[in-house]
Write a protein that binds this ligand. Structure first.
Ligand code: DLL
Length: 437
């Protein structure tokens, strides 16, 4: 099932032609309307009219979060505010957030791209879609909302928070499709248990999850606890919001809506293209955005392009789940570790839950990482001997899988903070200021 069959099954050759046309139009527009790009292009001797091949994109300058912040709030807009109908802001945790804008056309296209990922994830007009993502400056809630309305589903804008009420709504309104962050999905599963709601009697069939990194093991848990088919969804405000890429029901990577976004994977350090299929940083160029076009935006997200076509028949190439953010990577005594790798190991050990965080400190001259993880309820938490056994087992597995030893602290079930939206996995006490963007 496709939302836009013609576009989603376009031939690769036609797609490339379309991408080139759209890239040329975008470059002309930004060099005319955005002083930042005009200046950068002039400095680098780039003439948009000379762009004749998609490979030329590599000659263009990158755009970074810093460029967005320097232009705060409207410096990178390509249309006058009169034409803007919506503003959102990215979830910058420190300093100024970045502001993004949409024209009426942008909002319309955004809805249809989210509609594509919803349909790919199994939703349709007969569905009751509960959107348990924040509504507001965050693009998640409203972004999914417009897409779900576009496909004609009955949309419950339950937004984030108030988990007990969400659980009751899910039961009473007969939600069939759940949209939220993966960590919140598990939080909801706990709430259903606490309320004695029988998950088997619910109407849930599909879940679209995203906005934070998660793992295959976490998908398995969510699917078995909520009795639904879970798909991964990727997006970011700077490029649009949700709807940039999403999995189909094959669940083997996220199709990037390549007719609207040009993707490259580069080495996060050198910025050079990586070999085909290699992991690196995703760089995106918007091809149809009017208000806020982005040229070669460094997403900071690490992924790789998956080889071969997908059995679903979509023309668009797939990226693997996000392996981590370049700035989320922990360097512990010289070894690079991503929280998602830790999560994968935790979930292989029986008696552990996916509720965890990593605290990194400097003890003397050494980095010390402690994985704090909740033990499963009714598990071994109270039995000292087994508790110790479990800690040792996890420590050993972490050391052998990740190549660096870490401390493990089992904490009581339900003691770690639950997030309504994006969960924070890392507390880096070494240089708290360093991570400020
Ligand atoms: O998180 C948009 C979104 C909302 C996507 C709901 C999917 C579902 P931002 O708040 O701007 O936008 O955050 C974007 O979140 O650069 C990634 O680091 C991370 N992220 C988004 N989707 C995924 C995913 C929304 N499926 C940032 N897996 C991105 C891992 C993700 N990380």
């Amino acid at each position: 099932m496709y939302w836009e069959p013609k576009e989603e099954t376009v031939s690769r050759e036609d797609l490339r032609r379309l991408q080139l046309e759209r890239l040329q139009a975008t470059l002309t527009r930004v060099s005319r309307n955005v002083p930042h790009y005009r200046k950068r292009f002039a400095e680098m001797g780039i003439d948009p009219d000379e762009f004749t091949s998609l490979a030329d994109v590599r000659r263009l300058p990158f755009t970074t979060k810093k460029d967005l912040r320097d232009g705060y709030p409207y410096g990178l807009f390509a249309v006058p505010l009169r034409e803007v109908v919506r503003l959102h802001a990215s979830s910058g945790t420190t300093g100024k957030p970045t502001v993004v804008g949409y024209t009426r056309n942008d909002v319309k296209k955004w809805a249809s791209l989210v509609a594509r990922v919803l349909v790919a994830g199994g939703a349709g007009r007969d569905d009751v879609v509960q959107i348990a993502l924040g509504y507001g400056l965050f693009t998640g809630g409203i972004g999914f909302h417009y897409g779900a309305e576009a496909i004609g589903a009955a949309v419950i804008p339950s937004s984030s928070g108030n988990t007990r009420r969400q659980a009751m709504i899910m039961e009473d309104y007969r939600t069939t499709t759940l949209v939220c962050t993966p960590s919140y999905a598990l939080h909801l599963a706990d709430a259903l248990d606490a309320l004695d709601i029988n998950v088997n009697a619910l109407s849930l069939r599909h879940g679209l999850f995203g906005a934070e990194t998660w793992t295959e093991a976490m998908r398995a848990q969510i699917e078995s606890r909520l009795k639904l088919t879970a798909t991964d969804n990727y997006g970011l405000s700077e490029i649009m919001g949700p709807g940039v890429a999403g999995e189909c029901l094959e669940r083997c990577g996220m199709h990037v809506n390549e007719d609207h976004f040009l993707m490259e994977i580069v080495d996060p350090v050198t910025g050079e293209a990586v070999d085909e299929g290699e992991a690196g940083e995703l760089v995106l160029t918007t091809l149809t955005k009017e208000a806020f076009p982005m040229i070669r935006f460094r997403t900071g997200d690490l992924t790789r392009i998956l080889p071969g076509p997908c059995p679903c028949g979509r023309a668009f190439r797939r990226i693997s789940r996000i392996l981590g953010r370049a700035d989320d990577m922990l360097t512990i005594r010289g070894t690079n570790v991503f929280p998602s790798q830790i999560e994968a190991v935790i979930l292989e050990v029986e008696g552990m839950t996916p509720h965890y965080r990593v605290v990194v400190e400097r003890v003397g001259a050494l980095d010390e990482a402690t994985v704090e993880v909740e033990a499963a309820e009714g598990g071994f938490f109270d039995r000292i001997g087994e508790h110790q056994h479990l800690v040792e087992r996890l420590k050993k597995r972490l050391a052998s899988e990740l190549g660096v030893s870490m401390q493990v602290r089992l904490v009581e079930p339900k003691s770690l903070e639950r997030a309504d939206g994006k969960v924070k996995r890392v507390v880096d006490k070494r240089e708290m200021g360093k991570r400020e963007e």
